[in-house]
Design a protein around this ligand. Structure first.
Ligand code: S3P
Length: 189
């Protein structure tokens, strides 16, 4: 397969989507391909708080986690461009969405329920899923969040395939998005 060269991006590439969609895995590879640094928002939140996300939820509650998440993502987006993997709830915040629109290109990694279930079953450090019916919880989150994720600039299906193949499709979608933007700019001139 011929690899697409990186589109010249001078803004952040922001991955959004549900837990288990592959934001971190695809984000790391995308960063390698695009030459931008990779940053995982959840890891940055943990670094800033000095404890795990599960601990933040348990000790301070979800609202405190969301405040920290909003602040950390704003700081990251206001810095130099990066590939940013966000936690599944981050894009639900209207202020965060506005910042992403201003500083980045958002990519929704869309995955079906079976894929999300298979992937989230591998870890038990997600407080929203801990001790709950995973399928029912994820289905409820899909219903709530998919219409908002759909506001992303680019939508790519995360599928049962080698991550490199998904990355390739993300690159193609980014190229198409940037080309369409240039076309619109030219038409407006
Ligand atoms: C959350 C997703 C998690 C993490 C936190 C809350 C969510 O990130 O931010 O547990 O609200 O969907 P991942 O999507 O990276 O698992």
């Amino acid at each position: 397969m011929t690899k697409k060269t990186t589109p010249p991006v001078d803004r952040a590439i922001v991955l959004v989507g549900l837990m288990g969609a592959g934001k971190t895995c695809i984000g790391r590879r995308l960063a390698e391909r695009s030459g931008l640094p990779f940053v995982d928002a959840d890891a940055e939140i943990e670094k800033a708080a000095g404890c795990t996300i599960s601990d933040i939820f348990e000790l301070y509650g979800e609202d405190a986690f969301r405040d920290g998440e909003r602040r950390v993502i704003a700081r990251l987006l206001e810095g130099p461009p990066v590939v940013l993997a966000t936690g599944g709830g981050a894009f639900m915040d209207a202020g965060t969405r506005a910042l992403v629109r201003r500083h980045g290109i958002s990519v929704w990694l869309r995955a079906d329920i079976e894929l999300l279930l298979a992937r989230t079953a591998r870890r038990n450090d997600r407080p929203l899923l801990a001790g709950r019916d995973q399928r029912a919880t994820l289905e409820a989150l899909m219903k709530d969040r998919h219409p908002v994720y759909a506001e992303a600039d680019v939508v790519v299906d995360s599928a049962r395939e080698a991550p490199e193949v998904t990355v390739e499709r993300v690159m193609a979608a980014l190229h198409a998005h940037l080309r369409a933007g240039k076309g619109a700019e030219a038409a407006a001139r």
